[in-house]
Design a binder for this molecule. Structure first.
Ligand code: CMP
Length: 150
């Protein structure tokens, strides 16, 4: 079923350091996503731990927090039909070695940790992650489809 959905995306410190912000946002826009919120910030360790708390028992957790606090990130909210799965498809697999050619991670990621971008893995995660970075008032309201305008 197609329904208008929102998802949370990040451009991670490795991709910002490498100068890929413009290319990544361009691919997202070209793929038909509407960007309804966008901000650049530098996470504290406590914020990165909170964002990735579901991975706290994983062996890579401390390394991940260290990486995600090593430089600024860009957080954005995307809107599109089936945005969660559509953006995960655009990103490609977590490990760039397994990502489909042409996906954001195949193009811009360095390895399974420094993998350039993040996207929510479910509508429930998207709601939590959007609220983590954006108060509702900072998001653009849904544009009325032209077919509904009189
Ligand atoms: P992301 O989609 O942001 O979700 C969790 C992150 O943990 C992931 O991208 C990677 O940056 C990192 N990650 C996942 N698996 C591994 C792994 N096996 N080793 C190191 N980092 C990982």
């Amino acid at each position: 079923m197609n329904r208008l959905e929102r998802t949370l995306g990040l451009i991670k410190p490795d991709a910002i350091e490498a100068g890929h912000i413009g290319k990544i946002l361009d691919q997202i826009i070209q793929a038909g996503f509407r960007i309804i919120g966008l901000r650049m910030l530098h996470l504290t360790p406590a914020q990165a731990e909170a964002f990735y708390h579901m991975h706290r028992e994983r062996p890579f957790f401390h390394s991940l927090v260290s990486f995600m606090t090593s430089g600024p990130i860009i957080a954005f909210v995307l809107e599109k039909e089936n945005a969660v799965s559509a953006y995960r498809e655009l990103m490609g697999a977590t490990d760039p070695a397994k990502a489909e050619p042409g996906t954001l991670r195949a193009l811009f990621a360095q390895n399974i940790e420094k993998n350039a971008v993040h996207g929510s893995d479910s509508p429930e995660s998207a709601r939590r992650e959007i609220a983590f970075f954006f108060p509702e008032m900072e998001l653009l309201s849904v544009k009325t489809p032209s077919s509904l305008l009189v």
